[in-house]
Design a protein. Structure first.
Length: 120
């Protein structure tokens, strides 16, 4: 029987448990998508619209990260010699989501400054 490290805790899982966690993470991800529909952004966009979109994406990235981690863990047990660098992939995902959210939040801040300037 093979054991793998749990992506959420400091314990060992069997291959069947890792596979089951991937299926559960998928179900949770689909539920998160269905329960967090993005609000439309219209032509007259304002900083609140961008903040709302960033909040939406933050929730989606969090749900996707759980799923991504479970799928990578499930895949890792089939890759010979431990050549799948899970830490690298996790860091790559975290960087991507942080960069995307940062860009949107920065755009919202710039827009808010412009809105405040116009209002004064």
């Amino acid at each position: 029987m093979h054991y793998y490290s749990n992506p959420r805790a400091d314990v060992s899982w069997t291959a069947a448990e890792v596979h089951k966690s991937g299926r559960l993470a998928y179900i949770e991800f689909v539920a998160a998508l269905a329960g967090n529909v993005p609000q439309p952004i219209y032509t007259d966009v304002d900083s609140e619209d961008l903040e709302g979109r960033a909040d939406h994406l933050e929730k989606m990235f969090a749900a996707l990260h759980v799923y991504f981690t479970a799928i990578i863990a499930d895949t890792a047990h089939n890759v010979p010699g431990g050549t799948l660098d899970r830490r690298y992939l996790d860091n790559l995902f975290r960087d991507l989501s942080a960069d995307a959210l940062g860009m949107i939040r920065n755009a919202a801040e710039e827009m808010r400054e412009h809105e405040n300037w116009r209002a004064s």
